[in-house]
Ligand binder design. Structure first.
Ligand code: SAH
Length: 235
């Protein structure tokens, strides 16, 4: 990989001439792993000001300074889609966060359900995974990763204007289709949602129980495949 194909998510507000002091991890990556040199160009984005060309203006092993040059893409709207997934074991949660970012979600909300048998997350680690996926997939924003929430708590405050599609392997609903506007997909844990949970969620008017096809999918596959159905046709 050459320096010019690198894309980094940077927190600073970007504008022509803006100086960007990279943190230790990104500095290490550019200086020691990629062996970038002063003057080389790459691309940066900050989630609000679009994507920019930037060049390396100062480089040492632990601190790299970039300067933003010109905008390559303006900030553009992205789908307003949440993924609410029953928390999985670490490797599967990592995979869901990475793939959900690639597929374009705006918010990732882990949930704790009756049959969820994981309760710990390292939010910093998940945020780093989402940033890396956004950098590599030409996204202009990084999804927000929220701390895990009990299913009942999430549903108690469910936003009135957001449609929620709940993936139900009992296939009582219709096949999940494309969803524009404020939407969310919810998937259950390996053991599935309990009947009580499905009934409670189903009483909320914004909710539709949907199928992801005739096969029973593993929980991580359901989250990823469901998002593909929901988002593939969205700009
Ligand atoms: N009930 C099964 C499988 C649960 S699958 C069991 O006892 O093990 C885990 C989650 O994936 C489910 O809660 C559901 O949200 C989703 N899921 C899996 N296959 C699905 C399908 N064909 N349609 C809709 N949702 C599905």
């Amino acid at each position: 990989m050459s320096i010019s194909s690198i894309r980094l998510y940077v927190p600073s507000p970007l504008s022509t001439g803006a100086e960007i002091a990279l943190g230790e991890a990104q500095s290490h990556y550019l200086a020691n792993v990629m062996r970038a040199t002063a003057g080389e160009e790459l691309r940066v984005f900050d989630g609000v000001s679009g994507e920019w060309r930037a060049n390396v203006t100062k480089i040492s092993k632990k601190a790299v300074l970039l300067t933003a040059l010109t905008q390559t893409r303006p900030q553009a709207p992205e789908p307003d889609a949440w993924l609410c997934f029953a928390l999985l074991k670490r490797a599967k949660t990592d995979m869901v966060v990475e793939k959900a970012t690639e597929l374009g979600v705006s918010v990732i909300q882990p949930i704790i359900t009756a049959r969820t048998n994981a309760d710990h997350v390292n939010l910093d680690r998940l945020r780093a995974i989402a940033i890396e996926a956004a950098e590599q997939c030409e996204r202009l924003a990084v999804p927000e990763i929220r701390p895990p929430l009990q299913l009942a708590r999430l549903m108690a405050d469910w936003p009135a204007e957001r449609r929620l599609f709940i993936a139900d392997e009992r296939r009582t609903g219709s096949l999940l289709g494309n969803g524009a506007g404020q939407v969310a997909l919810m998937t259950g844990p390996e053991g599935g949602f309990t009947e009580t949970e499905l009934e409670a969620i189903g009483r909320i008017p914004q909710v539709t129980r949907v199928s992801l096809g005739a096969r029973i999918l593993r929980a991580e596959t359901a989250a990823i495949a469901g998002l593909a159905l929901l988002l593939a046709a969205q700009p």
